[in-house]
Design a protein around this ligand. Structure first.
Ligand code: HEM
Ligand code: SF4
Length: 570
């Protein structure tokens, strides 16, 4: 894992002192809220519905047990005993006070963490594959490039005031686990035919009000040239991106307006005189950073089969443990090891992605005991122990169960991505967390969930799409109608290699109708699927019509009942 050098350390410490001074001036009234706002946003501090919210960066989702203990401690000391892991691999605290924030940042700095650029119109925390460096389907370990890009983009003076926020995703595996095409820039790392590391660049993706998938604008860019190429790309955006309309300020709007070919041509034009810039990465820089991402001291172990792993497991536990192996345990590059996903989606009890102080401390212990003290956060708002010995999976499972993080629902219907919605967010049109809870409670039967197989359901409380509803197989979006909370359903979205944007099926529903609507949609899948066909495959084959019909079937019944009762009362 990357270790701060003196430059990193000085920079972060200086930022803490600077922010402490800014907060003091805000509190004693010498700084107006208007002047303070951009300063706090540059340090990840939002003002939400009830309190301040602090977003802490977890660069490319990689952190260690010491850092997690600090995050746990912060949740206990300064918040309400929990933290919320987000879709971009960060962690958020919902209940901090302005007075405490400098101390929180100081605590974070002690363990090489910060909140710089987790908000504001700058290059945000870079997301990457949570399984980078261990995934069995990996072409390239993306972590050194992510770290080089982090260093390049942190406090980059030219890109501190872009037209809007700017998000990178870096993927280096066969399967895309970063929703690369829904980022402002997606960087796909691959080795070319002669074994050199190169990048394909996708630009102009994003969700929100206008969901658009990124377009391929550059192929096989040598990794060394990433800074100069990205500088050119950002310059074109910085110059021509719209600043007159907040909703049209993202790069996706510019790429769409120009067309990907023209956008790419302009970037190439800008890049011509930058290609040989001193900014480019060098092998020396790579070596300096890459030494932090060498493999941990793996043992030489035999590759175990599931039968082996199950050998000493009692009959009573065999089914539950096998389910967990099937859903939450992923193949590893090194024989005898596996990666484990700890589910932060217990059914109906806490918000998706939330972890309590006690859980965070216990998970830090698990990381120390089973996975070289390292952790990853995922785009689906779960946590990963990347390097677990297969022989220790059973013991880990037993301990994870005690912490309520071993539900085998990874990739299933209840592994819901949900934004904080109306419970916390001042931009929300509707609540998301109670909807997630109601769905999890309705679909609490693991046998049934396993029978349904892979299916994603994502919920956003407003069109900003923090909950990624556009790319859920089933998406739920909170909408406001005359001051009331309604929910619109999209179907056919997909995150992964076949990333696609879901389609709105029609008029929206009341909150209490949603579990029935989802049930009807799911029943349609169950009734029409052919063998081994996943929900999304069935949807693509059948089209929206039967699902739509099913979704509104209760509404029709209700209309009839309403009409009848209205008739009777006349
Ligand atoms: C769990 C909490 C949150 C997460 C995980 C989250 C993450 C995200 C993500 C991934 C997007 C989609 C952007 C894209 O596709 O490019 C987004 C959009 C947005 N978020 Fe959040 N966010 C959270 C909370 C908030 C809060 C509290 C605010 C404001 C107070 C906020 C303001 C926005 C806005 C304005 C957008 C739309 C801008 C855009 O993407 O075009 N978000 N957020
Ligand atoms: S989607 Fe809307 S409601 Fe949900 S967190 Fe984002 S801005 Fe808030």
């Amino acid at each position: 894992m990357y270790k701060y050098d003196n430059i990193d350390k000085t920079l972060v410490d200086q930022r803490v002192a600077q922010f402490r001074d800014q907060v003091t001036r805000r509190l004693n009234g010498t700084l107006t809220e208007e002047a303070f706002r951009p300063l706090r946003l540059q340090n990840g501090l939002y003002h939400q519905r009830h309190a301040y919210m602090l977003r802490v960066a977890i660069p490319y989702g990689l952190f260690n047990s010491k850092q997690l203990r600090t995050l746990a401690n912060i949740s206990e000391k300064y918040d309400r005993g929990y933290g919320h892991f987000t879709t971009r691999q960060n962690i958020q605290y919902n209940w901090v006070t302005l007075e405490d924030t400098p101390d929180i940042l100081a605590d974070l700095a002690k363990v090489e963490m910060h909140a710089i650029q987790t908000s504001g119109n700058c290059i945000r925390n870079i997301t990457s594959d949570a399984f980078a460096g261990v995934a069995a389907d990996e072409y390239v370990d993306t972590r050194p490039i992510c770290e080089l890009l982090r260093q390049w983009s942190t406090l980059h003076p030219e890109f501190a005031h872009l037209p809007r926020k700017f998000k990178f995703a870096v993927n280096g595996a066969k399967e895309d686990r970063t929703v690369m095409l829904c980022h402002d820039v997606g960087i796909e790392l691959k080795k070319n035919v002669v074994g050199e590391l190169t990048a394909n660049i996708y630009a102009g993706g994003g969700m929100g009000r206008t969901p658009i998938l990124g377009s391929l604008i550059k192929t096989e860019l040598p990794w060394q040239l990433l800074p100069s190429y990205l500088t050119a790309l950002l310059r074109v955006y910085n110059r021509f991106g719209r600043r007159d309309n907040l909703y049209k300020a993202r790069i996706k709007i510019l790429v769409k307006a120009l067309g990907p070919e023209e956008f790419s041509r302009q970037v190439e034009g800008e890049w011509l005189h930058l290609q040989n810039s001193d900014d480019n990465f060098t092998q020396v820089e790579w070596d300096r950073v890459a030494k932090h991402f060498t493999k941990p001291p793996y043992k030489t172990l035999p590759m175990l089969t599931t039968e082996h792993i199950l050998e000493n497991v009692s009959e009573a536990e065999a089914t539950a443990f096998t389910r967990w192996l099937e859903r939450n345990v992923k193949p590893h590059q090194v024989p005898g090891y596996a990666s484990v996903i700890l589910s932060l989606k217990p059914h109906g009890t806490v918000a998706p992605g939330d972890a309590t102080t006690a859980q965070m401390n216990a998970i830090a212990d698990l990381a120390d005991k089973f996975s070289f003290g390292e952790l990853r956060s995922t785009h689906e708002q779960n946590l990963v122990l990347a390097d677990v010995e297969q022989a220790e999976l059973y013991e880990l499972w037993q301990q994870a169960k005690k912490q309520n993080v071993a539900l085998p629902n990874v990739g299933l219907l209840t592994d819901i991505i949900a934004c904080p919605g109306g419970d916390f967010c001042s931009l929300a049109n509707a609540k998301s967390l109670p909807i997630a809870k109601a769905i999890q409670e309705r679909f609490d039967d693991l046998d049934y969930l396993f029978d349904l197989g892979d299916i994603s359901l994502n919920i956003s409380g407003c069109i900003n799409s923090c909950g990624h509803h556009h790319v859920g197989n089933i998406g739920v979006l909170g909408v406001d109608k005359d001051g009331e909370e309604w929910y619109q359903i999209t179907l056919g979205g997909e995150q992964g290699n076949d990333t696609s944007i879901g389609k709105v099926i029609g008029p929206s529903f009341y909150a209490d109708e949603i579990p029935d609507v989802i049930t009807n949609v799911i029943n349609t899948y169950v009734n029409h699927r052919s063998e081994d066909e996943s929900f999304i495959q069935a949807y693509r084959r059948l089209g929206v019509a039967p699902f739509k019909e099913a979704a509104y079937q209760n509404a029709k019944k209700k209309e009839k009942a309403d009409a009848k009762s209205a008739g009777e009362s006349v």
